[in-house]
Ligand binder design. Structure first.
Ligand code: SD4
Length: 303
């Protein structure tokens, strides 16, 4: 499939995010606005415990958000370890547009958000607090492979989700991307994943394509994953093969570790062709264009 406009997003909740982004794209709007508005959907959705409000906390019980955004001109903005603010992606956009910087962290990011008019909110919901208290009993840090269809975080919680990465190509032919998450549940306080790191969790090159990552962020940071996938597309690989090659490199470095973790990439090129690849099966991603709104699930295919 190919064409424009088009928007693709990670995981099942990408469907709802795409629907919001599509409102902007179908009206001829800018990819940057589309990805921001799309990313805000799971940020406010309390039913997922991995993005924005309602996200699972770190091991000290504090919800800290990581997010970044990048536009067609190579402008980017990012926040890491952001507390008390629901829409990390919109704060990242303000960093991009209203400061001379790319990245703000921790209390500085929070103060900046408040100065920009964002409201202070309690991000830890009773449901996530209960999950954390249950986790404290054993205190084992074991990232779930696909929280979409892997182990529930607590009884009765059949659906949990991961990071949202969302990539769009607008009617004008411009690419943008956004990535937002509460990070790995029960991480050390102060841990930053791949999602707010330009080149790791997200990369956009308007000449070539856009890429976002999900899964265990440490492996994505180590491989500068999203930048790598963009560069592989520049060398001529189609989006799926570029994602496959990046996954393969991660697996080859650590064959033992990668048996038990998930890392996945989604990619969209300048022509509107898209693809994805992940270490483990069950990686879902959502696609929305003029023809269709669909959810695709990657089954295991050869590396
Ligand atoms: C992180 N990449 O903080 C994120 C989490 C994630 O599927 O995507 N989980 O490492």
């Amino acid at each position: 499939a190919q064409g424009k406009p088009i928007v693709i997003s990670t995981w099942d909740f990408g469907v709802a995010a795409n629907a919001e982004a599509w409102k902007i794209l179908k009206a001829g709007g800018r990819a940057l606005d589309a990805v921001e508005m799309g990313a805000r959907v799971p940020e406010s959705d309390l039913s997922n415990q991995s993005v924005g409000k309602g996200g699972l906390p770190d091991r000290d019980g504090i919800v800290t958000l990581d997010a970044c955004i990048m536009d067609e001109k190579g402008n980017c903005g990012s926040v890491a370890g952001l507390e008390d603010i629901e829409h990390a992606i919109s704060v990242a956009r303000k960093v991009m547009e209203n400061t001379p910087h790319v990245m703000l962290v921790g209390d500085g990011a929070r103060q900046f958000a408040l100065s920009q008019g964002f409201k202070k909110e309690k991000l830890l919901t009773p449901k996530s607090e209960a999950a954390w208290k249950k986790w404290l009993i054993k205190s084992e840090y074991k990232p779930v492979i696909n929280s979409e269809n892997g182990l529930p975080s607590m009884p009765g919680d059949s659906k949990n989700h991961d990071t949202i990465g969302i990539l769009a190509l607008d009617a004008a032919g411009n690419l943008s991307g956004a990535c937002t998450t509460s990070g790995m549940a029960y991480k050390l306080h102060g841990r930053v994943g791949d999602s707010p790191i330009i080149g790791a969790g997200l990369y956009v090159d308007n000449e070539v394509g856009a890429v976002a990552a999900t899964g265990v962020g440490e492996e994505v940071v180590r491989s500068v994953g999203s930048f790598l996938v963009v560069e592989l597309m520049r060398q001529g690989l189609n989006p799926e093969n570029a994602c496959r090659e990046a996954v393969k490199r991660i697996m080859e470095k650590k064959p033992e570790l990668t048996k038990n973790i998930q890392v996945g990439f989604i990619a969209l090129n300048k022509k509107g062709e898209y693809g994805a690849f992940a270490i483990q099966t069950g990686f879902s991603f959502a696609v929305c264009d003029n023809n269709d709104q669909k959810l695709l699930v990657k089954s295991k295919s050869a590396i």
